[in-house]
Design a protein around this ligand. Sequence first.
Ligand SMILES: C[S@@+](CC[C@H](N)C(=O)[O-])C[C@H]1O[C@@H](n2cnc3c(N)ncnc32)[C@H](O)[C@@H]1O
Length: 234
Amino acid sequence: MSTLTLESISTLYVKYADDLRAVRDQQRKFLQDNKETVKAQLDDYEAEITYLLLRDLAPEVVVEVGTFRGWSTTWILSALRDNGTGHLYSFDIVDNVVKNVPAELSEGRWTFTKGDLRDTIAKVPTETDYLFIDADHGARFARWYIDNLFPVVRPGTPTSVHDVFHGRRPKPMSEGSVIIKWLAAQNVEYFTPSVAKAPEVTARLAEVKKELKLSEPVRESRHNPMIYFNLPQS
Ligand SMILES: C[S@@+](CC[C@H](N)C(=O)[O-])C[C@H]1O[C@@H](n2cnc3c(N)ncnc32)[C@H](O)[C@@H]1O
């Protein structure tokens, strides 16, 4: 994917506004209907940007590391459903997600593998087109996936990592600090809608969403600490 900018994301909001509106309504209802079993984790902008990028890239193979109860899983599967193509391979130590994801989303487009990714990495497809990581937020796991997961997938693979910018800087000794230092060393740029790191992004996107009548929140949390980047080309 080309380097993300406020303009490119705004354009995607306009292009997919009607489909996004339907998915936002679907996800709001999914949360309301499953209050006891589903816990929303991604905030609205990062969930929506993930959906929009997946619509735009139309990947055949998406890998998700860290499903928990299925909030990101259902956003990703909704994009694949709306594309009419693509398969999601999800990995987690716990399998609560399996009973939470509606069959309408999962059938024919989802494979879940239970277990620590460090033991199940052989199941990660090498032809992955998009990598989504929201798992163990410790520095050690980040160093592990940089050394062991990134080389499995193709150079340049579009990737997102959650929980990086809860503040202006990642927490010391965290996954976030490891990945940000690694990206700098690789000379790879990233995009973030984090309110703490880049408040101008959500301020501008809020205007775009208002014009498109997409302002009503799906959920209230507003940190959006995710980063988006392409793996280095070599
Ligand atoms: C923050 S939650 C994921 C939230 C999810 N993406 C969502 O939007 O609801 C982190 C998940 O990563 C899983 N996890 C942690 N370490 C892992 C590992 N080594 N391999 C696979 N999954 C792991 C945890 O079991 C947990 O369910």
